[in-house]
Design a protein around this ligand. Structure first.
Ligand SMILES: *[C@@H]1O[C@H](CO)[C@@H](O)[C@H](O)[C@H]1NC(C)=O
Ligand SMILES: *[C@@H]1O[C@H](CO)[C@@H](O)[C@H](O)[C@H]1NC(C)=O
Ligand SMILES: *[C@@H]1O[C@H](CO)[C@@H](O)[C@H](O)[C@H]1NC(C)=O
Ligand SMILES: *[C@@H]1O[C@H](CO)[C@@H](O)[C@H](O)[C@H]1NC(C)=O
Ligand SMILES: *[C@@H]1O[C@H](CO)[C@@H](O)[C@H](O)[C@H]1NC(C)=O
Length: 438
């Protein structure tokens, strides 16, 4: 096993031409066209008048997440970009980076699955975080590439995040708005126009912040109006997945630039795989819902089981597992219940789309069970999407597009992907009672 891993790593990380004679794994796409398009953005121009060009103020977040799923990376990306926006500095784009140290385009996920070491952000998203324009009333210079930043700012002022947090007395319980204010003031008072948060010095907005509604609450009233959220859009590559597959999902899903609700569609997010262990760890930490799954008025909030505040017993773990890792029978029962309640609200449901990382056999089984539950015009899942090699690596974003536009969405309350979907739904004014949880 180790030998195989070493061999695979050697083959993947080797800068030599891909050894086609050894079909160990298919090389991931290099996304070169997307990266080239970023480099060609007109804002990467030193001669532009201020506040752009050589005299602009720039902030680069080299401390961003790596080796993390897209849900976590998206959360941090939104906050970093919002910070640059409130601090009135130009955001420097970055890649969705799995492995910053990979020599080639490929890296390994859990030692087995070949993944792109880096995905240009513009292959996943559009809008301000990917170099798109800001609305007139909230104008900022559009984001530039790191390559342009390095040219304009050969010696930026480097900020050490953990030292700054220490000096500013930012604690693990400090609210998101206080952290935003401290770092915004820091950027605004910098005498250097070239600023960079140093890699490997910790994150400004850490995992716990997004998992803690109490810490996030004070930021929401301003954050929800941020152009980073209101102008959030998906990339043409993600949209192309919807255009290629809409007939299986919903007749209106092919209009990928639209955020309109897909009437009658019930989307549901079911985490499988690593979540079986993750759910136990969540219980060990008494973990509450992700912040954007706990908005005032959202249904299906977690009622602390017995054992909370006392000795933790099997019932305590079962209560977590029922909601965090529901089995097929419970899923089908919940779907029946939600369908009935939706009908009472005047929202008849007739199609299902399942967002899942479950394996193909398990997912097929579930689809069959769901079809048996009642009359549905279509029941499809992530596993049914037909995608090409580039689309394959951004398909989770297509799942999010569908979930954000579903008439009713049942999510996993501890999942960052679910949380991001619900955040987008709330920003777009989708009624809060249409977001449900297992
Ligand atoms: C860069 O900006 C200057 C000033 O606006 C303009 O004259 C020039 O054409 C731009 N260069 C490119 C390559 O767009
Ligand atoms: C942002 O910075 C520009 C100059 O770079 C300045 O003209 C503008 O007034 C600033 N806006 C805010 C809201 O501070
Ligand atoms: C971003 O990814 C592209 C490949 O898609 C790569 O050429 C570039 O160096 C990466 N940028 C950084 C800062 O790692
Ligand atoms: C934080 O500050 C304390 C003293 O105030 C110091 O002991 C500690 O080493 C600092 N930690 C970091 C990461 O700078
Ligand atoms: C979780 O709750 C239990 C019971 O109140 C408590 O003993 C334990 O310290 C808590 N664990 C964490 C990580 O907060």
């Amino acid at each position: 096993m180790l030998a195989l891993f070493l061999l695979a790593s050697y083959l993947l990380l080797s800068p030599e031409p891909w050894p086609v004679s050894l079909h160990i794994a298919k090389r991931p796409p290099d996304f070169k066209a997307w990266h080239d398009a970023e480099l060609a953005l007109p804002q990467n121009n030193a001669s532009l008048p201020p506040p752009q060009g050589r005299q602009g103020r720039y902030v680069r977040f080299s401390n961003h997440y790596t080796h993390e799923g897209w849900g976590n990376v998206m959360q941090e990306l939104l906050m970093n970009a919002h910070l640059a926006y409130v601090a009135n500095a130009t955001f420097v784009m970055y890649n969705y980076t799995w492995d910053p140290y990979a020599r080639g385009d490929a890296s390994l996920f859990l030692f087995t699955k070949v993944v792109p070491a880096r995905t240009p952000m513009s292959a996943l998203v559009a809008g301000p975080v990917a170099g798109g324009s800001y609305p007139e009333e909230a104008w900022r210079p559009p984001a530039v590439t790191p390559e342009f930043f390095e040219k304009i700012c050969p010696e930026p002022t480097l900020f050490d995040v953990s030292r700054l947090k220490n000096e500013s007395e930012i604690h693990p319980w400090t609210s998101a708005s206080d952290i935003m204010d401290v770092f915004s003031a820091h950027i605004q008072t910098s005498r250097d126009n070239c600023m960079e948060f140093k890699a490997d010095t910790g994150r400004i907005f850490d995992w716990d912040l997004f998992a803690n509604v109490e810490r996030m609450r004070s930021l929401w009233p301003t954050f929800k109006h941020s152009p980073i959220l209101t102008e959030w859009a998906w990339s043409p590559l993600v949209s192309s997945i919807l255009r290629d597959n809409y007939a299986r999902i919903h007749p209106l899903a092919g209009d990928a630039e639209s955020n309109s609700i897909l009437p009658g569609l019930l989307a549901m997010h079911i985490r499988r795989g690593d979540f079986v262990r993750h759910c136990t760890r969540l219980a060990d930490r008494n973990q509450t819902y992700q912040a954007f799954n706990a908005f005032e008025g959202m249904l299906d909030q977690f009622v602390p089981p017995r054992g909370w505040g006392g000795e933790r017993n099997q019932a305590y773990y079962d209560a977590y597992r029922e909601r965090c890792y529901p089995e097929q029978e419970a899923i089908v029962a919940k779907v029946s219940q939600v369908r009935m309640e939706a009908l009472e609200q005047g929202r008849p449901l007739n199609r299902i789309y399942v967002l899942t990382n479950g394996d193909a056999a398990w997912t097929k089984d579930l689809e069959r069970e769901l079809r048996g539950e009642g009359e549905w015009e279509s029941v499809t899942s992530s596993r049914d999407l037909e995608v090409d090699w580039e689309q394959h690596f951004v398909a989770q974003a297509a799942d999010m597009v569908i979930a954000a536009r579903a008439e009713i969405f049942i999510g996993n309350a501890w999942s960052s992907l679910t949380s991001n979907v619900n955040m987008l739904r709330v920003v777009r004014g989708v009624p809060i009672e249409t977001s449900r949880f297992w």
